[in-house]
Design a binder for this molecule. Sequence first.
Ligand code: GLU
Ligand code: ZN
Length: 492
Amino acid sequence: MDVRVRYAPSPTGLQHIGGIRTALFNYFFAKANGGKFILRVEDTDRERYSDESLEDLYSTLDWLGIKWDEGPVVGGPYGPYIQSERFDLYKEYAEKLVEMGKAYYCFCTPERLEEVRKQQVESKSEYQGYDRHCAHLSDSEIKENLRQGIKPVIRFRVPTEGKTTFHDILMGDISRRNRDISPDPILLKSDGFPTYHLANVVDDHLMHITHIMRAQEWIPSGPLHVLLYEAFGWDVPQYCHLPMVMGKDGQKLSKRHGSTAVRDFRAKGYLPEAILNYVTLVGWSLDGSTEFFSKEALEKCFTMEGIHKSPAVFDYKKLDWFNGQYIRQADNDRLASLIAPYLQEAGYMHKPLTEEESALLSRIVPPVKERMKVLSDAVPLTSFLFEDRPVEDKAVYVAKGSDEASTAAALSRGSAILLSGLKSGEEESSIEEKLSALASELGIKVNGVFQPIRVAITNSTVSLPLFDSIRLLGIDETERRLIRADKLFEEN
Ligand code: GLU
Ligand code: ZN
């Protein structure tokens, strides 16, 4: 069997971690099985549709390097792949079901439906939903209604007896009594627009989809979809509902946990390969231990068997760790071009970069890449080079376990050691040793000497390694800042 899978998002919001996870699983499953990955835009809900989300869908997949074999833009043999361009088709298939007696016209007014609903609530009726008022209209009643110009919806005739079972590769058989399936859902609205259920089933069939991998939220729709396939006389595709994506607290991942939109991660400076790698591990593993996967590797080794049944946790810290690892592996020139926009945005560099700025940037990258979790960290890590905002609060200079007097001594004597060493071209390791010796002489920890010096030079407690900072800043400016800090401690 030729594997054909699809990612079928509705462009009603930004692509988020859960959605992208679905896309990646489908994509890797297709690639690993020599199959096709299809992108289908399910934009039947015109009220919630937005151009922005459609653009976000394309740009996010593009950024991740996920190319679809069939779909919008690239086309394919079963197009169009945007549902709003297929509306005539859904009408045709809904009418087919009406002809077969498996669906029917309903002429009920919104007022009548509201009345029915109210009564069900008031009488606390066990039976909820549409009362099947139009399920058995006679031909002449239907004709009369149509003649009067009443626009009907088309409803699916859900069997009232028996049960429907669908098989899920992960979850096994899932059965539901037919009487518990929402009575007679609308397939086609009165304006001719299909609902999700109809469009989804018709398209999966017409596009020859073999496996449906989608979020577990869709499990409740499963029985209805199976009934629809059966009503049409079509084969039911294989289902594999993916484990939920949770936050660390066990709640469904949402904005309460942090950003979930891929666009936000991108803006903060996560690398696409880190997102792709980590998100694929949310609910999937190869052997329970391998953590690093390139896109190319996953295109070969992804298996459906590796998908977990239980809910998966999205851990922001773990993603940060992955991102840091990928940043350290990344090519320096690439990093320079990725960091530049952040420095330009901060007003530190021009757009386009001047020649000097380019040169400085390539000197910045090697030390910065060792310290960044996300690319935007480049700004706080290098701000000391572009703006000089000295720390006025003495407490910031004082390391844990040290005090103000020792810090003052560390600054004045440490600066002298450092500057004379730098000016005479002494080895860095030897300067470091002398600074450590000073710490023991003062009876404080090494950091008691290094921290005030670092804060003096970089105006911050989070910074690049000392000698890297000095090299970037230059000895003269380093000296000026050390003297300034020394004065701060001499006052009063
Ligand atoms: N359009 C649905 C969604 O946004 C697709 C569900 C499915 O894959 O069947 O999630
Ligand atoms: Zn009706």
